[in-house]
Write a protein of this length. Structure first.
Ligand SMILES: [Zn+2]
Length: 58
């Protein structure tokens, strides 16, 4: 059985919960690794990437 896991963000160092729901989502997507970052940092990273690609295409 899957259980919620507490992981530590490698960017900001806070602990965050990797929920069963997210674990199932990861499995569904075929990711066998766990997230290294908390949701906030993941979102920030994604935004940064989008900004970068926007500038890149201009
Ligand atoms: Zn973080």
């Amino acid at each position: 059985m899957l259980q919620d896991k507490t992981l530590k963000c490698k960017d900001c160092g806070i602990e965050f919960v990797f929920t069963v729901r997210e674990q199932e989502f990861y499995k569904e997507k075929g990711f066998d690794n766990e997230p290294n970052r908390c949701p906030d940092c993941r979102r920030a990273n994604k935004l940064r990437r989008q900004e970068n690609s926007n500038t890149y295409h201009r």
